[in-house]
Design a protein around this ligand. Sequence first.
Ligand SMILES: [Zn+2]
Length: 148
Amino acid sequence: VSPAETHENVSRLLSAYLDGELTQAESQLVRVHLEDCAECREAYEELRALTRVARELDFPEPPEERMAELERRISVRAPRRFGWIFLIAGLAALLVYALIRWISDPDFPTTADLIAGAIAVGFVLLFLSVLRQRWLELPHDRYRRIKR
Ligand SMILES: [Zn+2]
């Protein structure tokens, strides 16, 4: 085998050599040639650096992306959750207030109280319809599997 042919062969085998996919004889050939040939040595170093960079980029999910996803999820969910908490707490307080007024005040309810009550009932019905929809959208496979 001429030196030119060896050089040709080795430059083709470099990538496989890096990945440890060569036979022992082939590895030996590459190793010996790298010691003698500056051109192949340079190509090998370049390839090795590229492989290292590629491996570092090959994480299943980059941490920054995971953080961004997490932030996106929190920023959407938190206000909605607080909205529900305030709505439910407000309605509960209104109910308690109405009950106390009804017990202590014989003129209760007034027209304004009835209007406020109608709005509250409307909110409660909307809330219940959303809850029901959420329930229907939930996967119920768990329960079915238990029954079978
Ligand atoms: Zn060479």
